[in-house]
Write a protein that binds this ligand. Structure first.
Ligand SMILES: Cc1cc2nc3c(=O)[nH]c(=O)nc-3n(C[C@H](O)[C@H](O)[C@H](O)COP(=O)(O)O)c2cc1C
Length: 222
């Protein structure tokens, strides 16, 4: 796959089929993850793959609890506002996120990412993204999630048997499965609206009026 296609179309693909992910694909995604850079090349990471239905059920309950907390706190105002003004994009993300929470156990593979001795918390995310890009190349949809590890960390450690005295932190859990939806380019604020040139506040001389990688006709529909 063309690198830009992967960069532009690796979206939060939450709605997936229950079909299992073959071992070769699991290996490929995690081999890509460990190729990523980390601060000082410390590679202070561990990955727990979860496919077992009983474990998924336990983690699914934690994820749903975390999702409820998130909705009633951090996202409460944003969702109320979105409903009031008819912000369909936010409502779509909400409904897709709700699907993932309700169907946690349907997702065939979850990968829990752990790191330690990383004060910035940044070293794990190149690995996360490498896994997601590798999955994209294999036609597997992923979604980066953080809420279970953030709101239900102790419980996640207990379910997965992670030692609690070794400094591990659960940074993310990535869902992976064959997509129900179609691939497409992420809609974002254009770069020229969020980039400054030389000094804060100076707009660059350029604009990017449409994505620089363009989907071929009927992309993702066939
Ligand atoms: C740091 C981070 C944390 C995220 N946590 C969650 C999460 O806990 N649950 C979820 O459903 N999506 C989560 N997402 C996915 C975002 O909601 C998603 O990437 C964003 O809405 C853009 O969607 P798109 O890539 O499909 O355009 C997270 C993404 C990032 C980068």
């Amino acid at each position: 796959m063309d690198l830009n296609e992967a960069l532009y179309t690796t979206r939060a693909m939450r709605r997936v089929k229950p079909d299992p992910i073959p071992e070769e694909a699991v290996k490929a995604m995690l081999d890509a993850a460990v190729r990523a850079p980390s601060g000082g090349n410390n590679q202070n990471w561990r990955f727990v793959t979860v496919t077992d239905p009983a474990l998924k059920a336990a983690l699914g309950d934690l994820y749903r609890d975390a999702w409820k907390i998130l909705q009633n706190t951090v996202y409460k105002k944003a969702y109320e506002r979105a409903e009031a003004v008819g912000d369909t994009q936010t409502m779509r993300i909400r409904s897709s996120s709700e699907w993932l929470a309700e169907n946690f156990e349907v997702v065939p593979l979850w990968v829990f990412f752990f790191s330690r001795n990383d004060p910035t918390g940044a070293s794990i995310f190149p690995g996360v993204w490498n896994m997601m890009l590798s999955a994209r190349g294999l036609g597997i949809g992923t979604c980066l999630t953080t809420i279970a590890g953030f709101f239900k960390s102790d419980e996640v450690f207990e379910v997965l048997g992670v030692p609690t005295d070794k400094g591990w932190v659960n940074n993310a859990a990535i869902s992976a499965g064959y997509p129900l939806g179609r691939w497409g380019t992420a809609k974002r604020r254009p770069a020229n609206e969020v980039v400054f040139s030389e000094r804060w506040g100076n707009r660059p001389d350029w604009t990017v009026d449409e994505p620089l990688w363009l989907e071929p006709e009927n992309y993702g529909r066939s």
